[in-house]
Each structure stands twice: as C-alpha cells, then as structure tokens.
Design a protein around this ligand. Structure first.
Ligand code: SF4
Length: 282
C-alpha cells in the first residue's frame, strides 16, 4: 500500500513554478524557514483579488441552483475583502487597494448581469481536509491534487469544466491546467468531461478550449511530475537562467536573506509564513 505522507504531491501551481524555474519551485514549495519550520509565501494585490473573487463565486455552489442569483454578490465580496484589506493583501497604498477592489466589483457586476452556467446544476469533486487528489502514479509515488473552480452538469450527463480567470492575461495553450483538471475529474468521479472553458471575468469573455485526450494529458502531466520528483530526490534546483538571472525568484530570495523590504505578516491559511514585499522601507 503506497504511503500518501511520503508521496510527492504536485499541482498546477507547483508544477507551474517548476517549469518557470527549479529554484523558484524550491523557494516556494520546499524551503522552510529554519526558525519557524514553515514554508514561505508572498501576498500580492493580484493574488488577493483572485482569492476573493473565487471565494464569492465558488461559495455560490453551496446554494441550490435556483437560489444562487438571489444572493448579493457585492455584499459577499465586501465581506470577503475584509480578509485581504491593507497590507494583509499585499497592497502598498489605499489607492492601489481601491483600484483592485474596483476591478473585483466590476467582475462580479458582470456576473450578476449574466451569470451564464452558474444558475445550472453543478457537481463537486470529493475532498476531505485536502484538495481533491489521486495517485497520478502509484509506482512513482506521485499524487496530483487540485481544485476545479466549477463543474457544470450538462443535460447529456457529461461535465463542463469552468475556470474563473481574474487576471488580465490569457492562459497559454501549453498550460497544464486543463490536462490536470481533466485527470482529476476522470479519477474522482464517473461522468465524462465533454467541455472546458476559461471565463475571463473582467472582460466577461468565455473561451472554450479543446480538451486533450486522457492518455496525452496523463503523459504530459506525469512527464513534468517526474522531473519534479527527480529534482527533489537529488536536492538539485538550479537557476535556469544562469548568470543572466531574472526577477522570478527575487521576492523569495529577499525573504530568505531577511531583506528589510520583506515584511512578515503572520501565518497564513496553509500554515505558511506570509510576507509582502514593500516598495520602500518605512
Ligand atoms: S533568477 Fe530566475 S531563473 Fe534564476 S533562480 Fe531566480 S527565478 Fe530562477
């Protein structure tokens, strides 16, 4: 029987870090502060906006389909925003916070005007205390985990994967996100997935994507997961840009080196030490 506690856990976010750069993966997913023994993470305005809008929309799934749009989404957003207001959310100033908050209000106003499939039946993937997960490879002791934003139940008894996008940039075609969601849905419930879409909330644009076949999805995701496993086993996380460097890891390096611009905010939801990077020192 494989041991889930000794397994390598991979997700869209951690593999995304690894593909950007192994050292970035290390700093964000492996490194622990030697004093607190906790992993480190950074709050940012974009992340805070994303978390809050997702919280409001995914929260709708707890209500029966016919009641969802009777809710006041802006009031739910206002409440959720309290958790990210000010420095807790990585905002450098009141103006910056106002700008991001207004973007969230605009997104949810779009949803209220046209909720699309949010008023249809949905299903949820089974989960316990952890995100939905399954063995991507028992032989290699690798577990894939992730949370699909919304799974619409279609009248032909198939499913539609929907991913809410709060950023301005469109997802690139090589992204592992849809292959990962497809694998999670296939492993954790019985219905077939027939559609997948990204919903860009600010532009209120729905972009339907072609789904990979299961075999290709499994092969592509496992290929990256095995590279992650190998790096962890060897303890080798090289900087992929060499002497040229880049800005990718700089905020994390600032935390590790105790730079005074890295401000400690407290312990976050996943028992991580949370920081913000200040533009200037007070
Ligand atoms: S400088 Fe860039 S490439 Fe090098 S470790 Fe940092 S994130 Fe990676």
């Amino acid at each position: 029987m494989p041991d889930k506690y000794s397994a390598i856990w991979v997700s869209h976010s951690s593999m995304g870090d690894f593909l950007k750069c192994p050292r970035l993966y290390y700093l964000h997913n492996v490194y622990k502060d030697p004093t607190t023994k906790r992993k480190i993470n950074i709050v940012s305005p974009a992340l805070s906006l994303g978390i809050t809008v997702h919280q409001v929309l995914e929260g709708l799934g707890d209500f029966p389909a016919e009641e969802r749009m009777k809710r006041d989404l802006l009031s739910d957003f206002e409440k959720a925003w309290e958790n990210v207001a000010g420095e807790k959310g990585g905002f450098q100033s009141d103006e910056e916070e106002k700008e991001y908050k207004e973007r969230g209000v605009a997104m949810l106003t779009n949803v209220q005007h046209d909720p699309r499939f949010l008023v249809n039946k949905r299903i949820k993937l089974p989960r316990g205390e952890m995100n939905p997960n399954f063995y991507l490879s028992e032989e290699d002791n690798i577990i894939l985990n992730g949370q699909v934003d919304w799974l619409e139940y279609l009248p032909d008894d198939t499913l539609h994967i929907v991913d809410f996008k709060t950023g301005k940039n469109e997802e690139t075609d090589g992204s592992l996100q849809l292959p990962i969601y497809l694998l999670l849905c296939n492993a954790l419930q019985k219905r077939k997935v027939s559609r997948a879409s990204y919903w860009y909330l600010e532009a209120d644009k729905l972009v339907e994507k072609e789904l990979p076949d299961l075999e290709t999805a499994h092969r592509d995701v496992l290929e990256v997961a095995l590279r992650v496993k190998e790096a962890r086993e060897k303890g080798e996380y090289p900087c992929s840009k060499g002497e040229l460097g880049c800005f990718g890891c700089r905020p994390f390096e600032m935390i590790v080196s105790k730079d005074s611009k890295a401000k400690y905010l407290g312990v976050g939801g996943f028992n991580q030490d949370m920081y913000m990077i200040k533009n200037s020192v007070d």
